[in-house]
Ligand binder design. Structure first.
Ligand code: OGA
Ligand code: MN
Length: 207
């Protein structure tokens, strides 16, 4: 197992989150970045809030546009890295993670994402959030920091979205926000999920 995976598991166990630079090896990172640059910008869609019937677009809450990722030659090594991490989470922390969904995000200048949780106990299946930043030459004055808070809304970390940095945290424990960015800001954000599909119903009682 990679030392980075063990570092991630240990930190999640200890404090519920980790900020890790160079989490991926540089070939894998550059492959993802090259792939991002090759994607037609028109295939990014305005992100919404809420799910299904509650779904709405609200640029006062979030201004990013997203493009979901599927498995292909450019992404397969990343999905393998994620799969290895999923197995370690399950073996060591008994998280019962079932699958992973992920999209590229693009925040155009002056956009943001207001304070929110990624997951809610009982009503959501997102358990662990991951974000990988893909912004070469990011400067402090470019803004766009991810602010991570504890459940009492005290600021824990203010994180610049620099190239190769990854932030991983428990989705139900940490409210967070993206501060307004001054430049185009790119990331790859994903969620490990448990399978709490409401389509699985109790078997009928037979008499
Ligand atoms: C999200 C999110 C954080 C970031 O997409 O839910 O909080 O830093 N992203 O991009
Ligand atoms: Mn979020």
């Amino acid at each position: 197992m990679s030392t980075n995976h063990q570092r991630i598991v240990d930190s999640i166990k200890l404090q519920g989150y980790i900020i890790i630079d160079n989490a991926l090896n540089s070939d894998l990172l550059d492959t993802l970045f090259t792939y991002l640059k090759s994607i037609n910008k028109r295939s990014f869609k305005q992100a919404g809030i809420g799910r299904e019937n509650d779904y709405q677009l609200n640029p006062l809450v979030r201004g990013d546009e997203i493009r979901w990722l599927d498995r292909n030659d450019n992404t397969k090594d990343y999905f393998q890295w994620i799969e290895d991490l999923r197995q370690q989470f399950n073996q060591q922390l008994f998280l019962c993670l079932f699958d992973f969904e992920t999209h590229f995000s693009h925040y155009p200048p002056s956009t943001f994402y207001k304070l929110h949780y990624d997951g809610f106990k009982l009503s959501s299946n997102r358990i662990v959030s991951t974000t990988l930043y893909l912004n070469p030459d990011w400067q402090q004055q470019d803004g766009g920091e991810l602010c991570l808070y504890n459940s009492d809304n005290q600021l824990l970390e203010k994180i610049s979205p620099i190239y190769g940095r990854m932030v991983i945290f428990l989705s139900e424990e940490f409210p967070h926000e993206v501060l307004p960015t001054k430049k185009n800001r790119y990331s790859l954000t994903g969620w490990f999920r448990i399978n709490n599909s409401d389509k699985i119903i109790d078997p009928p009682i037979l008499f």
